[in-house]
Design a protein around this ligand. Sequence first.
Ligand code: PSU
Ligand code: MN
Length: 300
Amino acid sequence: MSTIRVSPEVADALADQRAVVALESTIFSNLGLPSPANREALTRCIAAVRAAGAVPAVTAVLDGVARVGLVDHEHDRILGAARKVAERDLAVAIGESWQFGATTVSASLALAARVGVQVFATGGIGGVHRGAELHGDVSADLPALARHSVVTVSAGAKSFLDLPRTLEMLETLSVPVIGFGCDEFPAFTVVSSGLQLAHRIDECASLARVAHARLQLGGGMLVCTPVPAADAVDAKVMHAAIERALLAAHQQGVSGPAVTPLVLAEIAADTEGQAVRANLSLAENNAKLAGELAVRLQNL
Ligand code: PSU
Ligand code: MN
């Protein structure tokens, strides 16, 4: 009975100390993006990692086996209906043989760390939800970023979260948050949150040296790069869509892990494809930077 299976291509790359980039599967499943944008996102992210000279390693639970790296024909499976698997759910998804568990950031980081993948790319991380001071909903992504020695590349945190508290929590957890070519915390499909970051780095070579130091010290790190400006959603448009989406979630009585998928779907519908286009663009951009960083890290 295998618990984690690494694909042959990823295993070879790890053995030869070549660059590998882990990718989560939640964003590509029905919990993340609407069809057919999810397929386009997956294709573009994989291509971006490869173009940078790294090997993509999609994480998922398939037929009760945690997977790091899929073979080509398996990629179709992660575009379908999924059960959400955060780090806490991994053992259950494996032990109970879930057909398709879509791994979130926290579960992907746990799997990547376990098999020695050092770099991971996602769209936007989870964080402190608005109203968390009352209901306590804080994404497991945050402690996972601190605990696992993997570098995450993202366009910041999803803009429907409480971004100031998310940054505070990352500081409390001692996660280095680096603006790559930006001074402010990006806000997912919006270029900036207006929140100042403690650290900015402009060169990939410096980023790799910092990442190397952090991995040696033990623990993860968050690299933030904004959505490409041409595909960004206007902040006012986005904020209005977020207000409506959060209200819909509230009215439907949705809470816990179901909040993020519902809010993403409401925003996608409400912005007539603008948010989805931005999501694809930023996911691809993150995958590209992650690939470049992974290659630099191997060459240090
Ligand atoms: N960002 C996206 N799409 C997503 C998510 C993030 O662009 O689908 C997912 C990620 O898998 C992230 C998860 O880890 O949402 C966070 O969920 P929660 O807020 O329930 O922790
Ligand atoms: Mn939650």
